[in-house]
Design a protein around this ligand. Structure first.
Ligand code: TXA
Ligand code: MG
Length: 344
């Protein structure tokens, strides 16, 4: 960046500081974001999955600030990010052959690997676990940012704990703007669902969280079926597996069968997929949110969190969500819908 450009950013930043003292500064400058991270500040970063709330993973007080800003319980460990498989796997004590294969085929991409951690990763990052979650995200600005710093960046999704993950810079500003320093604006997230988390308990490849990388893809790469964990409240494998998460703050029902009319108070809303739903023909007043009119699961994934966010802003007595087909990204979409509707 030239001096001119730097000067321009300084003016821009001063301007924003004065006129929007309680919001985060939104920028597209990688050098400014890198400098902030080096100073121990919080920077929201774009990824292909969702926006993350980033800080230097090796700086304990910066990491503590992530937990504080999100209001996140400290038993919930963070994912650390770097710009290449070599750079991020350097924080794992052992890397099983299957982990290496997945890393080579998918990174940069929507996959997180949980592996035994090296001592230099602070216990706060891993919530005291012997493992650490590692990822190389696929977004040009963030890859450039990660390449510019000599530490891994810890980044949970940039939302208050328990709420819907952000898929745009504005979502981050709306929910966390008062609590963080900078938002690196990389546009709308291409995938829209968090990464798929794979661990190797007992040496067996296991999906700990369904996400932006379909389970079928993992099985294709490894050449065999994998174990897929479902969520539980009593003993969460990954605390993000708590049943109630992604809460839109309204009463949500899951319609387990397609093309069945459910009773609902007028003025309610429905989340649907494709164009097969009879609900469209019902004459009671109903706001319909279609995740993908053309029945495209990738598009539905991209739209899901924005729809949940919009629903949470309105005052619907009831929201009925129709699950999408249980294949590809559909597994992760249905998982998020069910958890948004969970009441415990
Ligand atoms: O796509 C993503 O994964 C985004 C972007 C920003 O990379 N990050 C994200 O982070 O979704 P977060 O903190 O919202 O979810 C991370 C999940 C949590 O459920 C956490 O419990 C789990 O990863 N996790 C982290 N470390 C773990 C570990 N050592 N063992 C098991 N689960 C772990
Ligand atoms: Mg999260």
């Amino acid at each position: 960046m030239s001096i001119d450009e730097t000067g321009q950013y300084v003016v821009e930043i001063l301007h924003q500081r004065i006129f929007a003292a309680v919001t985060a500064i939104t920028l597209q400058s990688v050098p400014v974001a890198a400098k902030a991270l080096r100073n121990g500040e919080l920077v929201a970063i774009p990824t292909e999955t969702v926006y993350g709330l980033g800080a230097n993973a090796l700086d304990r007080s910066a990491v503590a600030n992530i937990f504080a800003a999100k209001n996140r319980p400290s038993f919930d460990p963070l994912i650390i990010h770097q710009s290449s498989a070599d750079r991020i796997l350097a924080y794992a004590k052992e890397v099983p052959a299957e982990a290496r294969l997945l890393a080579a085929k998918v990174w940069p991409g929507p996959l997180t690997l949980v592996l035994p951690k090296k001592k230099e990763v602070p216990d706060l990052v891993s919530a005291g676990l012997a493992t650490v979650a590692l990822r190389v995200p696929d977004h040009p600005l963030t890859l450039e940012l990660l390449a510019a710093v000599d530490f891994p960046v810890a980044a949970p999704s940039a939302n208050p704990f328990g709420f819907v993950s952000p898929t745009s810079a504005q979502h981050v500003q709306d929910q966390l703007g008062e609590k963080i320093d900078y938002i690196l604006d990389g546009g709308a997230c291409r995938v829209g669902l968090e990464s798929t988390i794979v661990g190797f308990p007992g040496g067996v490849a296991t999906v700990l969280r369904k996400g932006g990388l379909p389970v079928e893809k993992i099985e294709e790469i490894l050449g065999h079926p994998v174990v897929v964990k479902t969520h539980s409240n009593s003993q969460p494998e990954a605390p993000g597996m708590l049943s109630q998460h992604y809460s839109p703050g309204v009463e949500m029902w899951i319609a387990e069968k397609l093309n069945v009319l459910y009773p609902y108070p007028s003025g309610s809303a429905a989340i649907i997929f494709g164009n097969e739903h009879q609900i469209m023909q019902d004459d009671r007043k109903l706001d319909v949110f279609n995740l993908s009119p053309s029945s495209d699961l990738n598009e539905a994934a991209r739209n899901l969190f924005a729809v949940l966010r919009e629903i949470s802003k309105a005052d619907y007595p009831v929201v009925i969500a129709y699950p999408v087909p249980e294949e590809g990204l559909g597994l992760a979409i249905n998982d998020r819908l069910r958890r948004a509707a969970a009441r415990e």
